[in-house]
Design a protein around this ligand. Structure first.
Ligand code: ADP
Length: 342
């Protein structure tokens, strides 16, 4: 089979959007703050805010979560509503096309409910302006009729909590950003935290994995719980076909190598990005748009998923003229191309 066909056949381990398998694995989502692994300072602050709001019988302030995909923003929105004992309604910035869509959603909220808006930086301008008074005074202005007969009617909403999630705070407009009372950035997870997540998921899914196997998956999960859960499923599939019994370090290593996921968690697309910067831009600097065009990839995938991780592990650095590869990345590619071809 040609290399291109192999690539097409293999699903990417990383992507900006929630895949179908994530929806199927909703059961892996921790249901309470106590079950939510890592992000200690975010959890501590949320716990205080939730307890204070409950004591005063008031809704929580609007909260904005930022960070790369798969780190737990949606999960936290669900946890907040369950800890507050209220309902959650989920939508996303691009899904709310017209102000009318938002009116429907807002008027259906009850006191204290959580409205979760994923990709909140992608709300249209019109919808965004409409949401300001809703966030600030829990009011919306309807305009009925047209021309000289146009009338504005104020509509009072129940006091709700807007939880927004964004992969890129830089794209949020200052007026929207300033209307959130709390702002938390989620960071990549440590391998030990991912081990805990993998073991929890394994026990929920009935998968046998030992400490070495869990650590190997954790080390290659690019600091991301969603990726950790995906790797666990891929290794389980491989084990079912090629091995038997408990997933050990050795089995996890073989399974992940065969999937093209290397020792530090780079996938095909990461290596394609690194290789293009090396081959076409002599190691950089290069702008994200040019890079995306060269690779025929979405700018969002590179900016949201590939770049943050390469920056975090010190393979890429930002310069005023664009992104540049570091010696570490060159060294890794040199070693790595011997074993796994990009
Ligand atoms: P985001 O909204 O940031 O893209 P999600 O909240 O959808 O990420 O998380 C992706 C998956 O990762 C969830 O289904 C959940 O199972 C898992 N997950 C995320 N954060 C944690 C955590 N801290 N502890 C355990 N599992 C987590």
């Amino acid at each position: 089979m040609s290399k291109i066909k192999e690539e097409v056949k293999r699903e990417p381990i990383i992507d900006a959007q929630e895949a179908e398998e994530d929806v199927l694995s909703l059961s892996l989502r921790p249901g309470s703050l106590a079950e939510f692994v890592g992000q200690k300072s975010v959890k501590d602050n949320l716990l205080v805010a939730i307890q204070a709001a409950r004591k005063r019988s008031e809704p929580l302030e609007h909260i904005l979560f930022s960070g790369p995909p798969g780190l737990g923003k949606t999960t936290l929105a669900h946890i907040i509503s369950s800890e507050m004992g209220t309902k959650v309604t989920s939508t996303s910035g691009p899904a709310i096309e017209r102000a009318g869509d938002l009116i429907g959603i807002l008027t259906n909220l009850s006191e204290g409910d959580v409205l979760f808006i994923d990709e909140v930086h992608r709300l249209s301008r019109v919808v965004e302006e409409f949401i300001y008074p809703a966030m600030e005074n829990f009011q919306i202005d309807f305009i009925i009729d047209k021309g000289p007969y146009a009338k504005t009617i104020k509509f009072n909403l129940k006091r709700f909590t807007l939880v927004g999630a964004t992969t890129r705070t830089g794209l949020l407009t200052p007026p929207l950003r300033s209307r959130f009372g709390m702002f938390y950035h989620l960071d990549f997870y440590e391998p030990q935290e991912l081990v805990e997540i993998i073991k929890r998921s394994a026990s929920l899914l009935g998968i046998q994995i030992d400490d070495g196997g869990a650590l190997e998956c954790a080390k290659r999960a690019r600091g991301t719980p969603r990726v950790a859960n995906r790797l666990l499923r891929r290794v389980r599939d491989w084990t079912d076909v090629k091995a038997d019994g408990t997933i050990s370090r050795e089995i996890a290593e073989k399974a992940l190598d065969s999937q093209g996921i290397d020792k530090v968690g780079l996938d095909t697309i990461d290596r394609k990005v690194i290789k293009s910067i090396l081959d076409f831009y002599s190691g950089g600097p290069v702008g994200i748009e040019s890079l995306a065009a060269t690779l025929n990839e979405e700018v969002d995938t590179i900016a949201d998923v590939v770049e943050p991780f390469l920056l975090k592990i010190g393979f890429l650095k930002r310069t005023p003229r664009g992104r540049e590869l570091t010696a570490l990345a060159r060294e890794h590619m040199g070693q790595d191309t011997q074993r796994i071809k990009p």
